[in-house]
Design a protein around this ligand. Structure first.
Ligand code: CA2
Length: 146
């Protein structure tokens, strides 16, 4: 049985679809999860989709993925720009890992210009709204397909 693809989401992403649609889009996190599950199913993969507002819980999820996931996709939200702990956890992975963002942080405030996560993953996809999740998923599916 193929291991699931983990999709992890950081702080405040549980509020998607309720505020700032001009930046983050109108889809809720549940909408994004449903689209990811459908895409993955077509390609023969299962999804483990999680969100936490707590840095340590995200570290625990990344550690869990070391044994239980075939690949990991993460939108670390604000922890992108602050978290050495998430960087260090990602560096322990032997599976493909991709960073994704709904918005394009490079076009935004100066405090969003640093990503601690980008240095610890294969690649980053940002700026495509909810489609960033689909593009990240397609990237790891292509890597995992025999
Ligand atoms: O563009 C992204 O996906 C971000 O990871 C979103 C984070 C932000 O801190 C990163 O710089 C870029 C913020 C997520 C907050 O989500 C909200 C959703 C609805 C309403 C308010 C915030």
């Amino acid at each position: 049985m193929t291991k699931p693809i983990y999709i992890l989401n950081g702080p405040n992403l549980n509020l998607l679809g309720t505020r700032e649609p001009e930046i983050y889009g109108a889809d809720t996190l549940a909408d994004i999860k449903a689209a990811c599950v459908a895409t993955a199913k077509t390609a023969g993969f299962a999804i483990e989709f999680r969100q936490s507002n707590i840095e340590g819980e995200l570290v625990d999820m990344i550690q869990e993925a070391r044994a239980k996931a075939s690949a990991l996709i993460i939108n670390p939200a604000a922890y992108t720009h602050t978290s050495v702990a998430i960087h260090d956890a990602l560096k322990t992975l032997d599976i493909p890992a991709v960073e994704i963002h709904l918005s394009q942080p490079a076009k935004r405030e100066s405090f969003r210009q640093t990503s601690y996560v980008g240095q610890a993953v294969m690649g980053t996809i940002s700026g495509f709204g909810a489609n960033s999740y689909q593009l990240g998923l397609q990237a790891v599916i292509n890597l995992l397909k025999p």
